[in-house]
Design a protein around this ligand. Structure first.
Ligand code: ADP
Ligand code: MG
Length: 676
């Protein structure tokens, strides 16, 4: 990788190496890691685990018999009895495990291979939770290892956020490799005094503790220090930006001929709410102070067209716009869905994503640099190092809450004097938005376009599943379309999109045409399948959450979501936004475990994204929001960037009172950033 010209003394070190330098990381894995916001060794070294898990507490069988608890217990014993039953695909393996005078039952359901691993007359160590059953305490599906005391006890493990193609084990080993290679380059920039007053350990120790936790308390402190380290450069830029950018933006007239023509070509009238937002954009854009506006509007409210009006105005002023989406799928959908309309209004659009072939990419880049493209759609590839705009004046970030810190930061670097329009369906508390972006105006699009049918949401119990095929058959018969969503792709698991696809293919529903899309498909193939669904040639689409944002198929009236407990409230609401896009009545049917009952009931009773977010916030409280692991409950924003509100404020205060520190974090950024 070429080294950028940087300030003296800032060499490009191991921390800034791209993940491709690690053994086992090829282009496909690098792309998957990028989805997690991981691009350099620094990102991995500072990667925050989602949570801690304990290996379990050492126990005797006698202690384990004392009763059910939530804790994982680790115990050893001799297998004295073994019974195995099979009914079709189901099976039960029951073991009696003895230690001294005490016996405990261990059960495995549907894991017939355990028979080969666990022999009668041998001793094993087990780790699992004791649950109460009619026949007394049992341990269901524990981990096991041959021999006595052969599983770890009283240890803590960091559990990371993972993605398709990057599992927990792989991620853990990549973190280890990065630590070996780069961790000693980390420099503590906070004085011992400051650290003391914040009650934080130093950065090197924190990173070590973070990835090999010694206790929940030590982990929590280490995590705060590391989180602070990712927030400081971001805040430094937010602070620095507000000074630098004034006066540098291109003033643009929204009420230009080109923007009017674009609107005349629309098949619908803008709503009053949309008109209002355009008036706000008009004021922002006409100034040489760059626009910083966040447009919040529920799923399906019609934000896209507003962004495009701004693009048209920018094009009329002879400059370029970048329209960034969080997924390739959404970028493609925007581009392919809007291209004809834009062309009719004489706007030259192009698409730039990571999976473009090299030749095609070069062509797009050279047209862009020559000023032959007015609107460039794409993923965060739009802000890669090698992308040069002839004259970029406007950046639109769609579904902004889906972007991670690194991507957002890069944008702030590149777009110092560019008008910026952020769009989101996930409301962010204003204080939080301000802290993340600095100065920021907020527009809210409340009403939805007319002619939208109601979406009824129901949490289904397993037995309702029997009636479901008939219901789906009726809807499909009526010419409507169905999404079937599974959170996991699931080649091996019992559940998952591939399994569901096989299952549905074997049913009568197959006659209506069925297709499968997920993130591991090559982009072209995925676009082809999605297009078949859009055109109605295929009417049942099995999908992972890749369809969460953007996909717009008016005749789709039913969405079934399996294992909905795996998804957060905001994400479920986003998904549900794929149906109810015409005047037809729609359904969102959830299958999910009772642990998430509260979330499902909120969804059943509330269809407004803002109200949902408010209720969720009220229910959990701001304190919760600040401290706890962010599991995506509140919204994508918190899920993606692991925000800790008081820590953001801390970062800001530290920098405001300390110009030297501010510069050091800006400098560290200079080492990585793309400065035009
Ligand atoms: P979101 O706000 O979720 O991004 P979109 O911009 O994708 O929503 O709009 C959803 C759908 O509503 C699109 O098919 C769009 O063409 C349509 N739409 C937008 N504005 C209007 C309107 N004023 N009247 C009717 N349909 C509209
Ligand atoms: Mg949208």
């Amino acid at each position: 990788m070429a080294t950028e010209p940087v300030e003296a003394g800032l060499e490009q070190g191991a921390l800034d190496e791209s993940l491709g330098v690690l053994r086992g990381v090829g282009p496909a894995r690098a792309r998957a890691l990028e989805r997690l916001g991981l691009e350099t060794l620094r990102d991995l070294v500072l990667y925050l685990p989602r949570r801690l898990e304990s290996s379990g507490r050492a126990s005797t069988i006698e202690q384990a018999l004392a009763g059910a608890s939530d804790e994982v217990l680790v115990f050893s014993g001799l297998i004295t009895r073994r019974r195995f039953n099979r009914f079709g695909r189901r099976s039960t393996l029951r073991l009696t495990v003895q230690q001294g005078d005490h016996e405990l039952e261990v059960v495995y359901f549907n894991q017939p291979w355990q028979r080969e691993r666990l022999e009668k007359g041998e001793t094993y160590t087990f780790a699992g939770r004791v649950v109460a059953s009619e026949k007394g305490p049992v341990v269901i599906a524990p981990q096991s290892a041959a021999g006595e005391d052969s599983l770890p006890t009283d240890q803590w493990f960091a559990i990371y956020g993972v993605t398709d193609g990057i599992g927990q084990e792989l991620l853990r080993s990549l973190v280890r490799l990065s630590l070996d290679r780069a961790a000693d380059e980390l420099v503590e920039s906070l004085s011992a005094e400051l650290l003391g007053s914040l009650d934080l350990p130093d950065l090197q120790d924190s990173v070590a503790e973070l990835h090999s936790p010694s206790s929940p308390e030590a982990f929590r402190r280490a995590r705060r220090r590391v989180l602070l380290e990712t927030l400081l450069p971001l805040q430094a830029r937010v602070l620095a930006r507000s000074e630098r950018c004034v006066g540098g933006a291109l003033p643009v007239q929204l009420e230009s001929a080109s923007s009017r023509r674009l609107r005349q070509l629309l098949p619908f009238e803008l709503t009053e709410g949309q008109e209002q937002i355009l008036r706000e954009l008009e004021v922002d854009l006409s100034s040489s102070t760059p626009m910083r506006r966040l447009l919040q509007g529920d799923v399906g409210a019609g934000k896209t067209v507003l962004g495009l009006c701004a693009c048209a105005a920018v094009a009329a002023a002879g400059a370029q716009s970048a329209f960034m989406a969080p997924t390739e799928l959404l970028a493609e959908q925007h581009y392919f869905g809007l291209r004809d309309w834009l062309a009719a209004a004489d706007l030259r659009a192009a698409l730039l994503t990571g999976s473009l072939r090299a030749a095609e990419r070069r062509r797009v880049l050279s047209r862009l640099e020559a000023g032959e493209i007015d609107v460039l759609f794409g993923t965060h590839a739009l802000f890669s190092r090698d992308v040069r705009y002839a004259n970029l004046a406007l950046a639109i970030i769609d579904e902004q809450h889906r972007f991670g810190v690194a991507q957002r930061a890069r944008l702030v670097d590149k777009g110092r004097d560019v008008h910026l329009l952020l769009m989101t369906a996930t409301p962010i508390p204003r204080t939080l938005a301000l802290t993340i972006y600095g100065d920021l105006e907020v527009s809210i699009l409340r009403e939805k376009p007319p002619g939208r049918g109601e979406v009824r949401t129901r949490w289904l119990r397993p037995k309702d599943g029997e009636r479901l095929p008939e219901f789906l058959g009726e809807r499909l018969e009526a010419g409507e379309q169905v999404y079937w969503v599974c959170p996991l792709i699931g080649t091996e698991e019992e559940s998952g999109a591939e399994r569901a696809f096989e299952r549905l293919k074997a049913s009568e529903l197959v006659n209506h045409g069925i297709e499968l899309v997920h993130g591991r498909l090559p982009a072209e193939e995925r676009a082809r399948r999605l297009d078949a669904f859009r055109r109605g040639e295929v009417r049942l689409l099995v999908a992972t959450t890749v369809i969460e944002v953007g996909v717009d198929v008016p005749l789709a009236t039913v969405m079934v979501i399996e294992e909905a407990e795996r998804l957060g409230l905001a994400q479920l609401h986003q998904l549900r936004g794929r149906v109810g896009r015409s005047e037809l009545a729609s359904w969102c049917l959830l299958f999910g475990k009772p642990v998430s009952r509260e979330r499902f009931e909120l969804l059943e009773n509330c269809s407004d994204g803002f109200e949902l977010a408010e209720q969720d916030l009220a229910r959990r409280g701001m304190g919760e929001l600040a401290g706890r692991r962010q599991s995506g409950e509140l919204g994508g924003l918190l899920a993606t960037i692991d925000v800790d509100v008081d820590l953001l404020t801390t970062a800001r205060d530290l920098l405001t009172g300390n110009p030297e520190l501010l510069n050091s974090y800006l400098g560290a950024v200079g080492n990585r950033s793309v400065t035009p």
